[in-house]
Design a protein around this ligand. Structure first.
Ligand SMILES: [Zn+2]
Length: 233
C-alpha cells in the first residue's frame, strides 16, 4: 500500500478531529454563558423596585392628602357652623384654612405627578418583563441546542478517534513519526498533494525525479522546499 496515501488519509481524519475539537471548545464556551440573561433580569428587577417605591410614595401622599382634607373639614365646620363667634378667633381660623388649602393644592399637584410617573413606570416594567421573558426563552432554546451540539460533537470525535487508531495501526512507526514531526512543524498539514508537478503545500514546482519517487509510493518523499510529505494519487 502507498505509504503517502495512508498518511494522507490519516491527515484527513486528523484535520477533521482538529475542526471538531475547535467547534466543541466553542460550544463549551457558550454553554452556561448567561450575561445577557442576567442583565435583562436585573433591568426588570430594578424597574419593579422603582415602581414599588413610587407606589408606596403615592399611597403615603394619598394618605397625607386625606389627613389634610379632614383638618380642612374641621376648620370649615368651626368657621361656618356658627359655634365660634369671636371675630379674632374667626380670622385666625380663616388664615389657617387658607394655609391648609394652599398645602392641599400643592399636595394634589404632587400626587398627580406621582400618578403619571407610576403609569409610565407600569409600562416600563411591562416592557422589561417581556424583554426578559423573550431573552430567557431564546436562551433556554439556545442552551438546549448547544447541549445537543456538544453531545453530537463528542460522539463524532469518539468515532473519529477510533477511526484514527485503526488507520494509524496500519502504518509503520517510522512513517508515523515523520508524519507527526512534520505535522507539528507545519501546524496541521504534514502531507501535501502533488498536482501538475507542484507541491500543494508550498506551490513550488517539484523535480521530476521526486514526482516519480512519490508516485511509486514505496518510500516517503518530502518536498525539497517545505518538507511536507508528498502524495501523488
Ligand atoms: Zn512544498
Amino acid at each position: 500500500m502507498n505509504k503517502a496515501k495512508q498518511l494522507y488519509e490519516l491527515q484527513e481524519v486528523d484535520l477533521e478531529i482538529q475542526r471538531k475539537t475547535e467547534a466543541l471548545a466553542q460550544v463549551r464556551s457558550q454553554l452556561g454563558k448567561d450575561d445577557d440573561l442576567v442583565a435583562a433580569r436585573s433591568a426588570f428587577d430594578t424597574a419593579k423596585k422603582h415602581l414599588a417605591d413610587l407606589e408606596h410614595q403615592q399611597k403615603t401622599e394619598d394618605w397625607e392628602l386625606n389627613e389634610l382634607g379632614a383638618k380642612i373639614a374641621v376648620i370649615e365646620k368651626k368657621l361656618y357652623g356658627g359655634s365660634v363667634k369671636n371675630p379674632r378667633e374667626l380670622t385666625g381660623f380663616q388664615q389657617d384654612l387658607e394655609i391648609l388649602k394652599t398645602q392641599r393644592g400643592e399636595r394634589e399637584d404632587k400626587l398627580l405627578a406621582l400618578m403619571m410617573d407610576v403609569d409610565s413606570l407600569h409600562q416600563d416594567v411591562g416592557l422589561k418583563k417581556s424583554d426578559f421573558e423573550k431573552i430567557e426563552r431564546d436562551w433556554n432554546e439556545n442552551q438546549q441546542k448547544l447541549s445537543q451540539q456538544q453531545t453530537d460533537l463528542e460522539t463524532e470525535l469518539a468515532n473519529l478517534e477510533q477511526k484514527r487508531n485503526l488507520l494509524a495501526g496500519q502504518i509503520d512507526s517510522d512513517s508515523l513519526s515523520l508524519y507527526e514531526e512534520v505535522r507539528r512543524v507545519k501546524q496541521g498539514q504534514a502531507v501535501a498533494k502533488v498536482m501538475q508537478g507542484r507541491c500543494q503545500g508550498c506551490r513550488i514546482s517539484l523535480p521530476v525525479s521526486d514526482q516519480q519517487r512519490a508516485r511509486m509510493g514505496q518510500e516517503l518523499v518530502q518536498c525539497s522546499n517545505c518538507g511536507r510529505i508528498l502524495y501523488l494519487s
